[in-house]
Design a protein around this ligand. Structure first.
Ligand SMILES: *[C@@H]1O[C@H](CO)[C@@H](O)[C@H](O)[C@H]1NC(C)=O
Ligand SMILES: *[C@@H]1O[C@H](CO)[C@@H](O)[C@H](O)[C@H]1NC(C)=O
Length: 216
């Protein structure tokens, strides 16, 4: 009879590899040590009150308005407006782009994204941690993947509107748009931090910051 040791080793190895912390489902989770509720995400609604509407959304049915600074709009169907997605680890968005519009460089801290082009053409890309640009021109029906956490963008260089459906392996992927995050935060990131990071002057940093002020 074989010694149980190899089996025990395999079992322990498996146990260790599946014992990492669970993925975060929200940006922050400051511990409330006095609360009786301990949960990553949202607590569950009483089953008696669950209806089909909790699993239904028309949020993506119509094109979003693209008459904004970037000429594009992201519309989400995630746990915030489709509460049945809580704990399921998936969500969708649609993104609409005016001619010339772009979804500027950003990351999703909690999800890989796969886009499917509904209409128009798009130039898309992402950057690896080795700073290699992986880019592609897409047309209607094409699919492209953006790996979890990597900086990526989409730009409509065509002369007609474009739109995509984006799928995420998170109920709330989260978005950090680099321009808005670095130059539009509250309170602001100090000018000298950004001047040194971008190897430019504080004057240039101040100028960029004026473009990312929250609309009053
Ligand atoms: C169902 O929802 C109603 C209205 O929000 C609430 O008053 C009631 O307590 C809920 N029932 C259960 C079983 O949670
Ligand atoms: C965008 O267009 C909509 C509908 O035409 C209009 O109501 C809205 O005020 C416009 N927004 C801007 C920022 O121009």
């Amino acid at each position: 009879m074989a010694s149980p040791t190899p089996f025990l080793s395999i079992f322990l190895f498996f146990l260790i590899t599946v014992s990492a912390d669970p993925d975060m489902l929200q940006d922050l989770c400051v511990a409330d040590l006095s609360s009786g509720i301990k949960v990553n995400g949202f607590p569950c609604k009483d089953a008696a009150n669950v209806t089909s509407l909790d699993f239904f959304s028309q949020a993506l049915a119509n094109p979003g308005l693209t008459n904004n600074t970037f000429g594009a709009l992201v519309t989400g169907a995630n746990v915030m407006n489709l509460p049945g997605l809580n704990t399921l680890g998936v969500s969708l968005s649609r993104i609409d782009y005016a001619p010339g519009g772009s979804n500027p460089p950003h990351t999703h801290p909690r999800a890989t994204e796969v886009v499917y082009v509904l209409q128009g053409t798009l130039d898309v890309g992402f950057l690896t941690t080795a700073n290699k640009l992986i880019s592609q021109s897409l047309k209607k029906g094409d699919v492209f993947a953006f790996p979890k956490g990597l900086v990526h963008f989409q730009k409509n260089n065509g002369d007609v509107p474009a739109s995509v459906i984006a799928a995420f392996n998170s109920q709330l992927p989260g978005t950090q748009s680099l321009g808005a995050t670095l130059f539009g935060s509250t309170p602001p990131v100090p000018d000298e931090i950004l001047a040194q990071a971008f190897q430019t002057s504080s004057g240039t940093v101040k100028h960029i910051k004026t473009r990312f002020q929250p609309k009053k």
